[in-house]
Design a binder for this molecule. Structure first.
Ligand code: PLP
Length: 384
């Protein structure tokens, strides 16, 4: 039996081996810009640190294994990884983008890539008929998030791949797996060509680094992305690489707790009579709960709820003691975010209304503190 194939073991060991010079069990942080060569053209595979760094090699191997792919390509941020994926396309190509993708992803497409001739259409990717209608002969990529932020809507990854095979065989399917993490969802196994992460969130998991990664099982895509990584230079630093390696050693432990506590909190919120709506894919009341159970192993740590009263929501947001009012998510500590005034401030009001992102919505990133303490904090905040 190959024990190294189990996810929990991969978290701790994949991509890493004891340092050959000292036996150090933990991968060193290789702070170096260049490498001494023994002679002309004679070196150990490392020439210049933008191109390769042993700490970055280790985290790339680790993250690739966690997503079930052979190749990881790490970047300075989630958005730098996203841009590298867009650079797989040419001016004049067409991109289909989920209607509720991260605002920074939309801004990158709309304000930067479009200036270089990339066309795009935004569509609700959970609606296969709408997605089919958005495809064009020159569609080269479909990028979607599932679950989405902050409404936690899902897209059936395997069904989208099935549609693309038939209607747009040249289009690459990219799944931003930041919200689920590979513990809960493995898009490559469901047919995606590429998986994208802001490692800033669950993979690093400690809110102390910014990074991004693309993972694929396709050697040709890996080669093109490594070329872009080196040519454009938006590389993940050795220190950030090491922090993520440290983070993923406990990914399986953290995600199990995030999943359990978020489900507990979502059920508790749903049982209250003073809230208008609770959004969590693990709730039987979630309209795509059947898909969630099919596609995900657990439902992750993000729960959104709507009080229906903007004034009350504002008071609640400022009363928390353990949850901190902050953007971002996926760290060990619990956070609360008011999407309209924080993460989604730049989304036009009409689009927000269409997506259900109201003034009275709050998004929780449920951390790994004691869940009873979190419930007590929520109870006192909701008494506002
Ligand atoms: C789903 C998702 N994708 C991508 C990004 C961008 O990642 P980064 O902030 O690391 O550039 C974010 C950031 O919040 C995100 O939430």
């Amino acid at each position: 039996m190959d024990r190294a194939n189990h996810f929990d073991t991969l978290c701790i060991h994949a991509g890493q081996a004891p340092d050959p010079t000292s036996g150090a069990i933990m991968t060193p942080v290789f702070f170096t810009s260049t490498y001494v060569q023994e002679g002309l053209g004679k070196h150990k595979g490392f020439e210049y640190a933008r191109t390769r760094n042993p700490t970055r090699d280790a985290v790339e191997g680790n993250l690739a294994a966690l997503e079930g792919g052979r190749y990881g390509i790490a970047f300075a941020s989630g958005l730098a990884a996203t841009q590298a994926l867009f650079e797989l396309m040419d001016g004049g190509d067409h991109l289909v983008l989920g209607h509720n993708v991260y605002g920074g992803t939309f801004r990158l497409v709309d304000k930067v890539m479009a200036r270089f001739g990339l066309g795009y259409t935004q569509v609700d990717t959970s609606d296969l008929a709408a997605l089919r209608g958005a495809l064009k002969p020159n569609t080269k990529m479909v990028l979607l998030e599932t679950p989405t932020n902050p409404m936690l809507g899902l897209t059936d990854i395997a069904a989208v791949k099935g549609l693309l095979k038939e209607a747009a065989p040249e289009a690459l399917l990219v799944v931003d797996n930041t919200f689920a993490s590979p513990f809960n969802q493995r898009p490559l196994e469901l047919g995606a060509d590429l998986v994208l992460h802001s490692t800033t969130k669950y993979l690093n998991g400690h809110s102390d680094s910014v990074g991004g990664v693309a993972v694929t099982d396709d050697p040709a895509l890996s080669e093109r992305l490594h070329f872009i990584q080196n040519a454009a230079g938006a590389i993940l630093s050795p220190m950030e690489s090491w922090l993520i390696l440290r983070g993923t050693k406990t990914l399986h432990l953290r995600m199990a707790r995030h999943n359990a506590s978020a489900l507990h909190i979502a059920r508790w919120l749903e049982a209250r009579t003073d809230l208008k709506a609770v959004y969590y894919p693990g709730l039987e009341s979630h309209p795509q709960h059947a898909l969630a159970k099919r596609q995900m192993r657990g439902f992750s740590g993000i729960v959104s709820f709507d009080t229906g009263d903007a004034g009350r929501t504002a008071r609640i947001a400022e009363r928390f003691g353990i949850f901190s009012l902050a953007e971002s998510l996926g760290g060990v500590e619990s956070l609360v975010c008011h999407p309209v005034s924080m993460t989604h401030g730049s989304v036009p009001a009409a689009d927000r209304a269409r997506l259900g992102i109201t003034d009275s919505l709050l998004r929780l990133s449920v951390g790994v503190e004691d869940v009873e303490d979190l419930l007590a904090d929520l109870a006192q905040a909701l008494s506002a």
